[in-house]
Design a protein around this ligand. Structure first.
Ligand code: FBP
Length: 547
């Protein structure tokens, strides 16, 4: 593999670990039994073997004897910076326990387990990937592990390779599956532990015990760098409004964090739009008013940040999507209907009110709402061009106001979508350290014989020495939700809290940012240099942990 100078220098970086893990020997302190966040009775019934387990906190311990173990690892779902460091932390952890332990990676996600595609991860391979971005060491995939026959196929290869623990690195859906798998193997005494690790750039897998999902830090820094560059260009030419859509699926954490880092003129927050029950026209009017106010001040330029899932949070459109989800789940052969007849078919099947809304949407956007769901039943929001939809509608609204003499500006637009650009970036120091610690912690949970736990590293706005490592029962994060037309146990998604410190900090300043041009240009991620430049966590985490 040919390497860049940065990659070579970065390979030598030694990720920081919490003090308790540094010596490689830990003591596990058990907390109180836990309960799921909601629907306790139902979750308890579905997970009789893994429900109610205590929280675990690791402290420094005495070096003991550990038998050699074989461990499997899976990268699941969308890429997120730092995945390779979770694997290297896990590798180093199991080797610290016993140098004869072995690590096997399943290829291209959970599908690799079912299809028996795997490779042994040796120290030579691991060393090639330390501190690098991407998931290419073994690849990732979105196969949903949910059927008994998949669990059984998986068990065959786990037994064949003598693997007694499986680590699933994934987002809320993948960790839900990890929990189901842990329960299944525990119920049949299969001798396989399952441990999860919190991954997703979206930042929506977090709770009291999981401060953040890995990858959020790096991805937001990459997007903020580019948004800053656009803002500087924007403020230099002073002739464009830039509509910038940001990944994040449902939650607006990425858009909000980027707004805190760059101070754009507008940033939509889907959760606020839902809470205020705003219509599409309300959202368009809100943006158009800021454009008009800036034009009145002589500024025909600006930036608008748009969370990729915003469309699903506009109540009328969310109801339409919910009906579409049920309709498409019941009519699996929808894709077989002639393309030219699909629109009419949908309209004829929808309720009156939703059919009217569907008809009112630009055809391209309406079509995007009926595209295949991902294996977890989610609308593929990254394919809906909300940035164009909104800028088009704002343009039309401004044209109307112009005729009425209420607006006298120019409105030229540029569109951007940032998502894939940041998912495989070389991890920031924060993500490199956090991920390595998560992987190492997973190995300690395995050594303790635990299953159905997620690796947890907290207090990460403090220096790494003070980070707290441990495990959280996955059932603790679960509730019942409707998926693909059925009620299912799933990890509750963490959306932006409107009474949370990050949103409040944004809301307190956004009116000023709207009219003034007070852009911040964060610049690229720094890997070498002063700690306040290189090791600073996201503003979201700093604000949340400051409480
Ligand atoms: P995960 O939840 O699996 O981490 O994926 C997150 C994400 O990056 C979303 O932000 C985005 O909507 C989606 O993946 C895109 O999916 P795909 O990579 O399949 O196009």
């Amino acid at each position: 593999m040919t390497k860049s100078a940065l990659q070579i220098a970065r390979a030598a970086y030694k990720p920081k670990l919490p003090k308790a893990l540094k010596g490689g020997a830990v003591k596990a302190e058990m907390g109180q039994p836990t309960e799921s966040v909601a629907d306790q009775e139902m979750i308890k019934k579905l997970f009789p073997n893994t429900y109610g387990m205590p929280l675990i906190r690791f402290t420094e311990g005495q070096q003991g004897e550990h038998p050699a173990i074989n461990v499997g690892v899976i990268l699941s779902g969308g890429q997120a910076p730092g995945g390779h460091n979770v694997i290297s932390g896990l590798f180093d952890g199991i080797k610290t326990l016993n140098k004869n332990s072995r690590l096997f990676g399943f290829i291209l996600g959970p599908g690799g387990l079912v299809e028996h595609q795997y490779m042994e991860l040796t120290s030579e391979i691991i060393d090639e990937y330390r501190n690098t971005g991407g998931f290419d060491i073994i690849g990732s995939g979105r196969t949903k592990l949910e059927k008994e026959e998949q669990f059984e196929k998986g068990l065959e290869i786990l037994k064949e390779l003598n693997i007694s623990a499986l680590v699933i690195i994934g987002g809320d859906d993948s960790n839900t599956n990890a929990c189901v798998l842990a329960e299944y193997y525990a119920a049949k005494n299969a001798g396989v532990q399952v441990i999860g690790c919190p991954k997703t750039i979206d930042g929506d897998l977090k709770n009291e015990m999981i401060e953040t999902s890995f990858g959020f830090d790096t991805a937001c820094k990459v997007y903020s760098e580019v948004i800053g560059n656009i803002q500087r260009d924007c403020n230099s030419a002073r002739k464009y409004w830039h509509f910038i859509k940001l990944m994040g699926r449902s939650a607006s954490h990425i858009a909000l964090e980027c707004a805190l880092q760059t101070q754009p003129n507008v940033c939509l927050v889907s959760e606020e739009i839902e809470a205020k029950k705003m219509s599409l026209d309300d959202v368009v009017t809100y943006i158009a008013q800021i454009v008009a106010n800036r034009a009145a001040a002589g500024h025909n330029f600006g930036t608008v940040l748009i969370p990729e899932g915003v469309i699903e949070f506009i109540p009328a459109i969310r109801d339409l999507i919910a009906e579409l989800n049920e309709l498409l789940a019941k009519n699996k052969d929808f894709a077989m209907i002639k393309k030219s007849a699909q629109r009419e078919w949908i309209i004829s099947k929808l309720s009156e009110v939703n059919a009217r809304i569907y008809e009112s949407l630009p055809e391209g956007v309406a079509k995007q709402l009926t595209l295949d769901r991902d294996p977890h039943g989610n609308v593929q929001v990254s394919q809906i061009e909300t940035e164009k939809l909104l800028s088009d509608m704002v343009g039309k609204k401004l044209a109307g106001w112009k005729e009425e003499g209420k607006y006298v500006g120019k409105f030229a637009t540029q569109h951007h979508f940032f998502g894939y650009e940041g998912r495989c970036a070389a991890p920031s120091n924060y993500d490199a350290d956090y991920c390595y610690s998560l992987g190492f912690t997973a190995s300690m949970l395995i050594a303790e014989g635990k299953t159905g736990y997620m690796s947890s590293v907290r207090n990460t706005t403090a220096p790494a020495d003070e980070w707290i490592a441990g495990g959280v029962p996955i059932t603790m994060m679960m509730n019942m939700e409707r998926r693909n037309g059925e009620m299912k146990p799933v990890i509750q998604k963490a959306l932006v809290k409107l009474d949370g410190a990050p949103f409040k900090a944004f809301a307190a300043q956004r009116d000023r940012w709207a009219i003034e041009t007070d852009y911040v240009y964060p610049g690229p991620i720094q890997y070498f240099g002063p700690t306040e430049v290189c090791d600073r966590p996201t503003k979201t985490l700093q604000l949340e942990n400051a409480k």
